[in-house]
Design a binder for this molecule. Structure first.
Ligand SMILES: Cc1cc2nc3c(=O)[nH]c(=O)nc-3n(C[C@H](O)[C@H](O)[C@H](O)COP(=O)(O)O)c2cc1C
Length: 256
């Protein structure tokens, strides 16, 4: 079973490959939170995979909430993959701790560097088409290797990209970011540019948008994955006053 969260498609692309390689079901964490029983009994030979984007050098809050609420039975092997634009700090340490609270162990952990989706920091920029291409090409080489290790149920594996100051990233900057800046209150829509296509509503993984032009519910469900911002076909959705471009996986339709 591969459980995943993805805003702009990078993590879904990785999770899908893992699901195909292991021949195990792929389940969306937001869908499970909405509709599932949150009780999972694995088959005897089934592995448990958790795939998520790094958000502020931590696992997104929705992933932590899910793990907090879900119960798992008959688990013999757990692996996790995070996708990140640059580095993931100690995100896996946090995941490991969440699993530990359930008496579960993480046997293998991986980070896959993918195109950047964060537009919320002034010092961050989306990738150029060239660096986007380079990252995806490198990920194309890396993901089959991860699939192989997962199929072999390799243990004690940590192939991570923690960055130069992971403690500061995760527990100081990331802690502040995840506590105070995960909000839908900074989104706004340029109503002249909005064509009321409803794509933002469809793409929001947590159902935080209602009405057209879009209105965010401000009900605490937003994970700041930026799917609404990036998938908008006219770039009518903005986050604060950031002047940034857009990205989502396979935007040009040339990736498989
Ligand atoms: C709110 C937010 C925070 C992010 N924080 C980080 C980060 O701390 N480190 C990093 O390398 N990338 C960060 N990113 C980039 C994403 O982790 C990366 O683009 C990821 O592959 C997106 O996955 P998705 O397309 O499945 O949503 C962040 C992206 C968003 C939207």
């Amino acid at each position: 079973m591969v459980l995943y969260f993805s805003g702009t498609g990078n993590t879904f692309w990785v999770a899908k490959q893992l699901s195909e390689a292991t021949n195990e079901a792929i389940l969306s964490i937001p869908d499970e939170l909405r509709e599932g029983t949150l009780h999972y009994t694995l088959k005897d030979d089934e592995r448990l995979g958790i795939c998520f984007p790094t958000h502020g050098w931590q696992p997104p809050r929705i992933v932590r909430d899910f793990l907090h609420r879900a119960t798992f039975e008959n688990v013999h092997y757990i692996y996790a993959v995070t996708t990140c634009g640059d580095d993931m700090g100690y995100a896996m340490r946090i995941l490991r701790k969440e699993l530990g609270k359930k008496g579960l162990s993480l046997y293998a952990a991986f980070a896959v560097v993918m195109p950047e989706s964060n537009v919320c920091f002034s010092f961050l920029h989306l990738d150029t088409p060239e660096s986007e291409e380079r990252k995806i090409e490198a990920a194309r080489q890396q993901v089959p290797h991860i699939c192989e290790l997962v199929k072999q149920e390799a243990t004690g594996v940590e192939e991570l990209v923690k960055g130069p100051i992971p403690f500061t990233y995760t527990y100081i900057i990331g802690a502040y970011y995840n506590k105070h800046l995960i909000t839908d209150k900074k989104f706004w829509v340029d109503t002249d540019a909005c064509i009321q296509c409803g794509r933002c509503i469809k793409r929001c993984p947590v159902g935080d948008i209602e009405g057209l032009p879009p209105r965010w519910k401000h009900d605490g469900s937003c994970t700041n994955c930026l799917a609404c911002y990036h998938y908008c076909p006219t770039h009518a959705i903005h986050w604060g006053n950031m002047q940034r471009g857009q990205y989502y996986f396979n935007r040009r339709g040339d990736q498989k």
